[in-house]
Design a protein around this ligand. Structure first.
Ligand SMILES: Cc1cc2nc3c(=O)[nH]c(=O)nc-3n(C[C@H](O)[C@H](O)[C@H](O)COP(=O)(O)O)c2cc1C
Length: 189
């Protein structure tokens, strides 16, 4: 059911790094993005796939993790993603990418969830450094990085409390809590 899949599709930031993801799996996920909606059907998104430890190690240093968890610098060695998908905008096709990369990212992550994997969209990227490290051509805009792996953490959703705080937090057991606004707060008319 779509609701079950969406509930399961949380942002995971800790993984069983030793569980590899095959290139074939990443290609299947890109095929889901390929079949998704695109503004004016221009389909300007391109992808870099990484599932080998060497390339993964090149990408990791340029990503920022869980900004609200001030005393957590991100996943340590052994719990890092086993694959990445870098979502690029091809400026030779379009100068603006609208919502395309968000839609593609969601399709990819839902597909990953269905396969028993999980991941996190990363928008906080040291783009210049990543471009240099992977020799990414200047006509590609770096839009998002999707970190993927077999999740090693549990995430629970709760309703935003009366103080309105939307910051996610982690308890002493390592359980990650994500407050979501109530349905009635979202529907304004
Ligand atoms: C466009 C976008 C960019 C994001 N960038 C980051 C990021 O740079 N680092 C990170 O740890 N999480 C990032 N996230 C994940 C959000 O923090 C996460 O979606 C939010 O905390 C809600 O959790 P949930 O995805 O489990 O519902 C991003 C999410 C989106 C949609």
């Amino acid at each position: 059911m779509i609701k079950d899949l969406i509930l399961k599709n949380r942002s995971y930031r800790r993984f069983y790094q030793e569980v590899a993801i095959e290139l074939k799996t990443l290609r299947e996920l890109i095929d889901l993005a390929r079949l998704s909606a695109s503004s004016a059907n221009k389909q300007p998104l391109k992808y870099i796939l990484s599932c080998d430890p060497q390339t993964n190690a090149l990408i990791f240093p340029f990503l920022s993790w869980a900004g609200y968890l001030k005393d957590w610098p991100g996943p340590s060695e052994g719990e890092r993603p086993s694959a990445y998908i870098i979502v690029l905008g091809d400026t030779e096709i379009s100068q603006s990418f609208g919502c395309d990369h968000g839609i593609a990212a969601q399709s990819i992550l839902l597909g990953a969830t269905e396969k028993g994997l999980g991941g996190c969209m990363i928008g906080s990227i040291k783009r210049q450094e990543l471009r240099k490290a992977l020799d990414i051509s200047s006509y590609y805009e770096i839009l998002l990085v999707l970190a993927l792996g077999k999740p090693r953490e549990k995430v629970v959703i709760e309703t935003v409390g009366p103080n309105g705080d939307i910051k996610y937090w982690r308890d002493s057991e390592g359980l990650h809590h994500v407050p979501k606004r109530a349905l009635d707060e979202l529907i304004v008319g």
